[in-house]
Design a protein around this ligand. Structure first.
Ligand SMILES: [Zn+2]
Length: 120
């Protein structure tokens, strides 16, 4: 079985990320969803903690720039590394992981139109 890989990744809006995959699947998601799914050790530990105890500050506590995508770099032949506006850059998203995130959070046409009305 050949690996499904992203062919094209781009930001149609400052708050959106779109991706086309080699099997023909394409979708658009909110950048905040990509950030929430950050697979690095730091973020996944915080996600676990926050679901157990409400005393622990939630990961979703907003930091300036945390949902601004600054840079995407290809890592070897299997993943991308994402750098965020708040300096967070330890998240490595494998292509498989990326595909799952885009499938899970894919926005409907109607949702896209509503976002565009709200944020331009
Ligand atoms: Zn992270």
């Amino acid at each position: 079985m050949s690996t499904i890989k992203p062919i094209k990744i781009y930001k149609p809006k400052p708050y959106l990320l779109a991706c086309e995959f080699s099997d023909g699947f394409s979708a658009t998601i909110k950048l905040e969803h990509l950030r929430k799914e950050c697979p690095c050790a730091l973020c996944t530990t915080e996600q676990k903690k926050s679901s157990f105890s409400m005393d622990v500050p939630l990961l979703s506590t907003f930091k300036a720039g945390m949902n601004d995508l600054k840079n995407i770099k290809k890592v070897g032949n299997y993943a991308i590394a994402v750098e965020w506006g708040d300096g967070h850059n330890t998240g490595i998203y494998t292509w498989e992981n990326l595909r799952e995130i885009f499938k899970k959070h894919a926005l409907e046409q109607q949702e896209l139109e509503e976002l565009e009305k709200k944020f331009g």
